[in-house]
Design a protein around this ligand. Structure first.
Ligand SMILES: C[S@@+](CC[C@H](N)C(=O)[O-])C[C@H]1O[C@@H](n2cnc3c(N)ncnc32)[C@H](O)[C@@H]1O
Length: 278
């Protein structure tokens, strides 16, 4: 792996958080296909394009992008060895010869100048310690006239998939609002535009996209997902008085209102952002 500066993120995504996501990614009912399709449509990937997928995780968006870039190539970049292991296995199973993965920090990775036509990211680009530097590094890796398309969350308050279960736990603890999360670092439209233009991108277009997030077939499955996720584990670590069984019950109560015939779907408010390299 090349040099990393996002050490906290690397630790998190190489530890239980990465293992948790890798384990969950095999489940069809956890896939948010509508979001991936919206991202890839916005990216306008051509058949010969060379694409980089930033924070590709277990590689769902990389695999889908490879179908668009059938005579091109896709490189998925991620900090997490455990997630990339899953991504590589899935690419082999799908028989996609034009996808490769590299464990690297996209903020500082020494990509060759102009090596990609398109950069994409599905919720993998909000974690840079220095966002302008990170986006500048990605912009440098794009050819002149190349483009970026990515998804990131809008306001925390509008993302019930994050707020509803965590608030239920916080309320039980008698604790106030939710702590800030790096996940929402690009939620503010002005800030988002400032970061991208500061990094040299042009024609920056954030479009609001409201698509619910899927968390499995039932509230029970969703509660298990949340119990293993970073934000909930961090609440539990700070609350020794909250037994895991009690936490599961609290989560079940919070998640049942979102259970329906298509499983647990909880409102999500995202930005679908496109921008170009001049
Ligand atoms: C919320 S997950 C999204 C994963 C995947 N794109 C998906 O949609 O399932 C965020 C991912 O970004 C990766 N990530 C965070 N910061 C990164 C960085 N600086 N460079 C590369 N990957 C990073 C994490 O390792 C993690 O896999």
């Amino acid at each position: 792996m090349t040099h990393i500066v996002n050490t906290e993120q690397a630790t998190a995504w190489n530890g239980p958080e990465g293992a948790h996501w890798a384990e969950q990614s095999g489940r069809d009912d956890a896939v948010n296909g509508e979001l991936t399709m919206a991202l890839l449509t916005a990216a306008e990937i051509g058949p010969r394009d060379h694409v980089v997928d930033i924070g590709c995780g277990t590689g769902e968006s990389s695999r889908q992008a490879a179908r668009y870039a059938a005579q091109g190539r896709v490189l998925g970049i991620d900090l997490s060895a455990v997630m990339l292991e899953h991504a590589r296995a899935a690419v082999t199973a799908a028989g996609l010869p034009n996808v490769a993965f590299e464990q690297a920090d996209a903020q500082v990775h020494p990509f060759a100048d102009g090596q990609f036509d398109v950069a994409i990211s599905q919720f993998g680009i909000m974690f840079f310690t220095e966002p302008v530097a990170g986006f500048r590094n990605i912009g440098r890796a794009l050819r002149p006239g190349g483009r970026i398309a990515f998804l990131c969350p809008r306001d925390m308050a509008a993302n019930a998939w994050y707020v509803a279960p965590l608030s239920a736990l916080q309320t039980w603890r008698g604790s106030g609002g939710l702590p800030d999360s790096q996940m929402f670092s690009l939620a503010d439209r002005g800030r988002l535009t400032e970061v991208l233009t500061g990094a040299g991108f042009v024609d920056v277009r954030p479009r609001p996209l409201d698509v619910p997030m899927g968390f499995g077939s039932s509230a029970g499955v969703a509660a298990e997902f949340y119990l293993g996720s970073g934000p909930v584990r961090s609440v539990l670590e700070r609350s020794p008085e909250l037994a895991p069984e009690r936490a599961r019950d609290i989560l079940l109560d919070a998640l049942r209102p979102y259970e329906g015939p298509d499983g647990v779907l909880i409102p999500g408010a995202h930005w679908l952002v496109t921008a170009g390299r001049p």
